[in-house]
Design a binder for this molecule. Structure first.
Ligand SMILES: NC(=O)c1ccc[n+]([C@@H]2O[C@H](COP(=O)([O-])OP(=O)(O)OC[C@H]3O[C@@H](n4cnc5c(N)ncnc54)[C@H](O)[C@@H]3O)[C@@H](O)[C@H]2O)c1
Ligand SMILES: [Zn+2]
Length: 318
């Protein structure tokens, strides 16, 4: 991200305990254990009033580890705390809610809800990294007819099966379009998620869907992709894009509490905060280590509590 300056503390997923409150914070108390959303919300601008926190005009949006110091630290200052943190019920562990800071709401909001997944749908997911896997978990809440996971990496496809994919396609070896057409009587998937962020996978997602189908683009793109309107205009397709808003965190937390959603399977590795470099190496070498999400643990009892801070980190994610 070119706007992030060297020296910025990274990280935008964390659970922590409130240590100190700013003067205008009224709904959060010292000692509360809270989930910090990856997106902050001023709560007052037109987009926040519509629940579109990602587009906040009042100083919120994706700011942690981007335009302000982030959450891979013992302490973090949390702007707009009233609107941007979520109290964690006592019965839920840090790791049960940690992935609700970003990946679960991202795949649910930008993938499943934007893509309007309906019972019986064939859902094709291009990319089976944490975002594609979270899309599998949250699409399953809607009882799709079949979930097809597509990736170049066999270990990611094995994870996809553990998360609930019915069919996997390695598109390095097999032709994903032919396979999906064979599975759908030549029509195509009802909905495809793009969960990689490169031109080829976006273009593949648009090819995989049936007439009147939907493509929900989740990937963050760094290069232009071609929109093949010559083929697409006549097929009545819908293509959506989006930055996560995290307005579904309370809903997802209830599903975790009721046992209908278990995001703990994402946590493949755990490191102390002091071993952050080893954590990053493990995450970067996912092909060898099998890493999905790496949890960094800061121990509350080791932290001094006299700083001017709003939250102390108990667990953060890489
Ligand atoms: N829209 C949002 O708000 C939002 C939020 C978070 C993440 N994202 C984006 O979602 C995307 C996925 O995130 P992630 O953490 O799962 O990333 P990741 O890099 O861990 O996973 C991407 C997966 O795609 C696979 N892949 C790469 N090239 C492929 C190809 N040509 N065909 C099929 N599979 C291919 C990789 O093997 C990998 O398993 C990223 O672009 C990320 O920035 C978007
Ligand atoms: Zn706002």
């Amino acid at each position: 991200m070119p706007e992030t300056t060297p020296g910025t503390v990274l990280g935008h997923e964390a659970v922590g305990t409130v240590q100190e409150l700013g003067a205008s914070v009224t709904t959060v108390a010292v000692g509360d254990r809270v989930l910090l959303s990856c997106v902050s919300a001023c709560g007052r601008c037109r987009f926040c009033k519509e629940g579109r926190y990602g587009q906040c005009l009042g100083g919120g949006g994706w700011i942690f580890g981007h335009t302000i110091d982030g959450l891979q630290a013992e302490y973090a200052r949390v702007p707009f705390a009233d609107n941007s943190v979520y109290k964690v019920p006592d019965e839920l562990s840090d790791e049960q809610v940690l992935f609700l800071a970003d990946i679960l709401p991202t795949s649910y909001e930008v993938g499943v809800l934007n893509g309007m997944v309906t019972p019986g749908d064939v859902v094709a997911i291009v990319g089976a990294g944490p975002i594609g896997l979270a899309a599998i978990l949250t699409a399953r809440l809607y009882t799709p007819g079949r979930i097809v996971a597509i990736d170049l990496d066999d270990s990611r496809l094995e994870s996809a099966v553990r998360f609930g994919a019915d069919t996997t396609i390695n598109n390095g070896r097999e032709d994903a379009l032919t396979q999906v057409m064979e599975l759908t009587d030549g029509l195509g998937a009802d909905v495809a998620f793009e969960a990689v962020g490169v031109p080829q996978t976006f273009e593949l997602a648009t090819e995989l869907i049936r007439p009147c189908g939907r493509v929900a683009n989740i990937g963050v793109h760094g290069a232009p992709a071609t929109l093949h309107l010559v083929k697409l205009w006549i097929r009545d397709v819908t293509i959506t894009t989006g930055l996560v808003d995290t307005y579904t965190i309370p809903r997802l937390m209830k599903l975790v509490a009721s046992g209908r959603l278990d995001p703990t399977i994402f946590a493949t590795h755990r490191f102390a905060l002091g071993d952050t470099m080893a954590a990053y190496d493990t995450f970067a070498d996912a092909a060898t280590t099998g890493a999905l999400k790496v949890v960094l643990e800061g121990r509350e009892r080791d932290l001094a509590s006299n700083g001017r801070v709003a939250a102390c980190l108990v667990a953060g994610a890489v």
